[in-house]
Design a protein around this ligand. Sequence first.
Ligand code: ATP
Length: 247
Amino acid sequence: MSSGVEPVLSVRNLTVHYGAARALGDVSLDVLPGEIVTIVGGNGAGKSTLLKTVSGVPELMKSVRGSVTVLGRRATRLSAHRIAGLGLAHVPEGRRVFPESTVAENLLLGAYRRRDRAAVAADLEAVFDRFPVLRERRRQAAGLLSGGEQQMLAIGRGLMSRPRVLLLDEPSLGLAPILVDEVFAIVEALRAEGTTILLVEQMAARALAIADRAYVLETGTVVAEGRAADLAADPQVRAAYLGAERR
Ligand code: ATP
């Protein structure tokens, strides 16, 4: 990059297919240390596919062309757990918590690669400090949590791997407005603490308001990129993505 700072995550010329259908075409992006970068785009634009490809979701791997680099290490077509080992955590759309397992068990699954037990225990406490409701419910089955609590759990589980870069897919999806506020506040707090974040959000205006930079995806292709504030002020972006959104 021209800034001379090495990206935490770098994607080059990524093309991905589901069978014969192209979901991503020649996508390139960078996420620099400490940034929030958001991907803006309509339904089916390829946002989730991008995050899944970066984090190594197996169903896509055979079709991937191009490259993904995490902290300078080549991650293209590595297995998801190897990519996690490079310092990347993915909080998928729809939370995907294990409903029969307890809250604490779900969180500890996020640390399954780690052998530093004392530090894991400390990080579990840190997640409970961040999300006190999870401490209260630590012995409950995760499936009994509300949608908002499950989102906190999914983010907490991602943090348990001590990621350098966190991928968040639609963290506000289906949440009541007050919880949406909470989720955005959490994302900002994480960035303030030094976590680098790649954020996919339907609430594009809110995502752009907290992001440093953004990329606009249409039918699998990057059609615009730049400073989030500039894109939020761009008439075309406003008309296409920000019109209907309140707040
Ligand atoms: P949304 O906001 O609706 O989740 P998105 O931008 O995340 O959309 P993707 O879910 O990445 O978009 O989908 C990109 C394209 O790939 C769409 O055309 C979608 O129909 C297709 N697609 C996604 N998942 C699959 C799958 N498992 N099998 C086949 N096609 C898929």
